[in-house]
Ligand binder design. Structure first.
Ligand SMILES: NC(=O)c1ccc[n+]([C@@H]2O[C@H](COP(=O)([O-])OP(=O)(O)OC[C@H]3O[C@@H](n4cnc5c(N)ncnc54)[C@H](O)[C@@H]3O)[C@@H](O)[C@H]2O)c1
Length: 351
């Protein structure tokens, strides 16, 4: 294996520079090329990143020997086809969220990557944040006792211009959904990563204010496999947006997380039944895209790209495995089915 892993960027839009930063900040990785059918996008990206070779055709880029891995940063409904193309060309695949927008397409990319012996990793950068990892450790280690509620609230704002900024945004065919499949998938991923799988869901979802095909507002009640209940809210219709909030309640305590970190940590100790608040270290501010999709920090992408390169070099699973990144998509699809039919939907869904 080459000393340094060469990455090819697939798609040169809003999120691609975050991957470029991640690659630049990763010892043992370099950006080898970029492709985008819009030549201006590919050319502009190349000019901003050391004049790397650029292409308008992914197949051409995949023929390069010094491209050993790709970052898929294209509209969500294209991910699986491009992952399959890259895997068939023996390139490792690091794919933006959501992995794709249907379970058969996700299962296909997982299968082909396995067949070709290449790594497939997902991007859910919030899993790398210290606060998220601390909360997960606490819940899964039993610190809060039996879990009773796990809620995620993601009340964001996206302007009408945002939805006009790309023909794929807000469409079933390529966005695969709206406030949940695009923005809310992050918090849903964290909720599942901490609370575990969901057994059933009953939901409402619709576009209440934006002129889009998919939902701008959604709410669901879930029942987790561990017996706890939970609420999932996702919106791009709230004006202005609020910081995302994750609330975890167990019989022995409560942890509340926002994008700024842990804002409440209360645990029952010793013979005291009532949970006592612990003094929190000052919550660190983090850019989080509440109202502006570009206002996110690159630190999570840096951590995930470092992890992915290490996974390739040491032949291990990446931190965000494809199987785990499939779970939030499955829950979102179940929410859509419940909203459409008015019925409670059981998971796992048949794919
Ligand atoms: N992790 C995060 O926080 C985060 C944030 C934003 C977007 N995303 C994800 O990243 C993906 C892209 O989102 P975006 O906001 O950058 O979109 P975007 O529209 O800004 O960029 C997508 C780019 O893909 C290009 N493209 C289209 N077809 C292509 C093809 N066949 N081959 C190569 N390039 C092609 C488009 O020309 C465009 O330049 C989406 O899946 C989105 O969910 C993740």
């Amino acid at each position: 294996m080459a000393d340094r892993i060469g990455f090819g960027m697939v798609g040169c839009g809003v999120i691609a520079p975050f991957h470029a930063t991640g690659i630049k900040e990763t010892p043992g990785a370099f950006l080898a090329g970029a492709c985008d059918p819009h030549e201006e996008a590919a050319k502009g990206f190349s000019a901003s990143h050391g004049n790397i070779p650029f292409y308008t055709d992914i197949e051409e880029m995949l023929r390069r020997d010094d491209v050993q891995a790709v970052c898929i940063c294209t509209p969500s409904g294209m991910h699986s086809d491009q992952a399959v193309m890259a895997a068939r060309a023996k390139k490792h695949v690091l794919c933006e969220k959501p992995l794709d927008i249907t379970l058969p397409k996700i299962d296909r990319m997982i299968r082909v990557c396995r067949e070709e012996g290449v790594k497939l990793g997902g991007i859910f950068q919030r899993r790398t944040y210290e606060a998220t990892r601390k909360a997960r450790e606490a819940v899964q280690g039993g610190l809060l006792g039996k879990m009773v509620l796990g809620d995620v609230y993601q009340k964001f704002y996206r302007s009408p211009e945002y939805y006009r900024s790309g023909a794929w945004r807000g469409t079933w065919a390529l966005d695969g959904g709206g406030a949940l499949m695009n923005q809310g998938v992050h918090g849903i991923d964290i909720l599942l990563w901490i609370m575990g799988d969901v057994n059933s869901v009953i939901a409402k979802a619709d576009h209440l204010v934006r002129d889009i095909e998919v939902e701008d507002t959604a709410i669901a009640i879930v029942t987790f496999e561990n017996g706890a209940f939970g609420v999932v809210e996702g919106a791009t219709s709230c004006n202005p947006g609020e910081a995302a909030r994750l609330e975890l309640h167990g019989e022995k305590g409560t942890i509340i997380l926002t994008d700024s970190g842990i804002v409440r940590w209360a645990v029952a100790k010793g013979d005291k039944h009532l949970a006592q608040d612990e003094k929190m270290a000052s919550a660190e501010e983090r850019a989080h895209g509440v109202s502006d999709p570009k206002a996110i920090s690159a630190e999570g992408h840096i951590a995930l790209i470092r992890d992915f390169v290490d996974a390739i070099k040491n032949d291990r699973e990446p931190m965000v495995t494809a199987q785990s990144a499939r779970k939030p998509v499955e829950l979102i699809l179940a929410i859509y089915e419940s909203a459409r039919t008015g019925r409670e939907v059981a998971l796992p869904l048949s794919s």
